[in-house]
Design a protein around this ligand. Structure first.
Ligand code: HEM
Length: 446
């Protein structure tokens, strides 16, 4: 049996193309090689799959394909090795439901009103007539929601401190210095003290982990059990052997659920704001639907709106912020779409290319929310949150939040895009983000 076809472009050139024009580069690869293709990284075959049948096989062949944590450990960091991404096997399986409780059912529904209030509070601070970057605005909203849900802080000195630390880290990792120097050159990854590029990054990580550790210790001392945040849950949780989680384990688990605001959540919402303000017909229909609910609608009624749901889904389809699923490792020979993959192969479910398939989504480059009203897609055809053992722990919450923030902004404020040109994309790790952050201007209240 043959291995999947291999991309012939030299790796350094391919990486450059994937960085500067990620979507164009992937479209070209798909056109030339089709549904399943190998990209070599040194001697490791990395196989990208964008056919629903292949995606299904990745999700279901759990004996041969593992969601190995070896991919997620950052060797340049000295903290946080027991987070959800860094553990695998039984420990991973056990930890996931502990985190998921915060983002499902009653707890999620109860957060609706708060999400709308936080959105209004932050957007009201925006000066009228002045240009702002949608991504920065959205990040402020999402970060505040995340800090409250994860560690229960919503104001005061401690809240300001952790918000400042996360914002500094997110800004630093999004800076040109980090992107062009630290990520590219191994010498720049040496920690030569706080004033060196990697040293500053390590310093911020250490400060955040120290802060979270202090919060865990403080919470253990408290006798008020009314908190409903993730931290309060975790300090009472047991590990797979029935022992309480240690302070270090709780600390490490808290990091990603806050940090994830940067990636999927903030980029997805920024793209969604972009599309809605670019396409007048979509915006008018959406506004009409939201206004049909009357003044101050119940968040539960907002999230049930069909066109709003279709708009968010279409935005997640056309510019899914994570372009790929997390990598999986082939541990014993496995057949995917009639190709045999050898142990050591890395498998990537290519979310972007699956969402661009002409056979599933006719005219895939066009933003057409109606397609989600006319057809139901399977979890192997529409997969913005991945699937299988490592799917997004916050998937229902992420769309819940996306709909509420979008509906609140749209129905209360008049915003406009500053640039008439289409927003270009840029790749940051696994994420496809708007290159200019989407510049907008606020014209006042509706
Ligand atoms: C629209 C927003 C979001 C999108 C599109 C998104 C998408 C994804 C995707 C594609 C994956 C990989 C799934 C796989 O490989 O099968 C993932 C994993 C993950 N996401 Fe999200 N995500 C979003 C928001 C969030 C939020 C708000 C959180 C906060 C808790 C979060 C936490 C995680 C975690 C912890 C994982 C790894 C799960 C594991 O390793 O078991 N995501 N997400």
């Amino acid at each position: 049996m043959m291995p999947p076809p291999e991309v012939k472009t030299p790796t350094w050139l391919l990486n450059q193309q994937l960085k500067n024009n990620p979507l164009g580069c992937m479209d070209a690869i798909y056109k030339r090689y089709g549904d399943i293709v190998t990209v070599m990284s040194g001697s490791t075959p990395i196989v990208h799959v964008s056919n629903p049948l292949g995606i299904k096989q990745i999700f279901n062949n759990t004996k041969e394909i593992t969601d190995s944590s070896i991919f997620f450990r950052d060797p340049t960091l000295t903290v946080g090795q027991q987070g959800i991404l860094e553990v695998d096997g039984l420990v991973h399986k056990h930890r996931r439901p502990l985190l998921m409780r915060t983002y499902h059912g009653e707890r999620m529904n109860a957060s609706g009103q708060n999400i709308c209030e936080i959105t209004k509070k932050i957007i009201t601070q925006q000066a009228i007539g002045k240009t702002f970057t949608a991504h920065e605005l959205v990040l402020k909203i999402i970060l505040q929601i995340a800090i409250e849900m994860v560690i229960g802080l919503r104001e005061g000195e401690r809240y300001e401190k952790i918000k400042h630390l996360f914002t500094s880290l997110i800004k630093y990792e999004g800076s040109l210095l980090y992107d062009l120097i630290v990520k590219e050159f191994s010498f720049a990854q040496l920690d030569l003290g706080r004033w060196s590029p990697q040293g500053y990054r390590n310093y911020l990580y250490k400060q955040i982990f120290q802060f979270l550790f202090d919060e865990v210790k403080e919470r253990r001392k408290q006798t008020d059990f009314s908190h409903t945040d993730m931290l309060s849950e975790l300090i009472f949780a047991c590990d797979e052997t029935g022992k309480s989680l240690s302070n270090e384990e709780v600390r490490d688990l808290l990091f990603l659920p806050i940090f994830a605001s940067r990636d999927g959540a903030a980029y997805s919402l920024t793209w969604c704001l972009y599309w809605v303000h670019r396409l007048k017909d979509v915006r008018d229909r959406l506004l009409e639907e939201i206004e049909g609910l009357g003044k101050n609608p119940d968040p539960i009624n907002i999230v049930a709106l069909p066109y709003l749901t279709a708009v968010c889904n279409e935005s997640l389809r056309i510019r899914s912020s994570p372009m790929f699923m997390l990598p999986r490792l082939v541990e014993s020979p496995v057949e995917i779409m009639d190709y045999e993959l050898i142990p050591g192969t890395v498998l990537i479910g290519n979310i972007y290319l699956t969402h661009q398939r002409e056979d599933l989504y006719p005219e895939p480059k066009k933003f057409k929310p109606e397609r989600f009203l006319e057809k139901r897609f399977s979890p192997y055809e529409f997969l913005p949150f991945g699937g299988g053992a490592r799917n997004c722990i916050a998937a229902p919450f992420a769309t819940f939040q996306m709909k509420l923030v979008l509906a609140t902004i749209l129905s209360n404020y008049k915003l406009e895009l500053v640039n008439k040109q289409p927003e270009r994309q840029k790749r940051f790790d696994n994420q496809c983000h708007p290159r200019g952050g989407v510049k907008m201007v606020m014209h006042g209240q509706r």
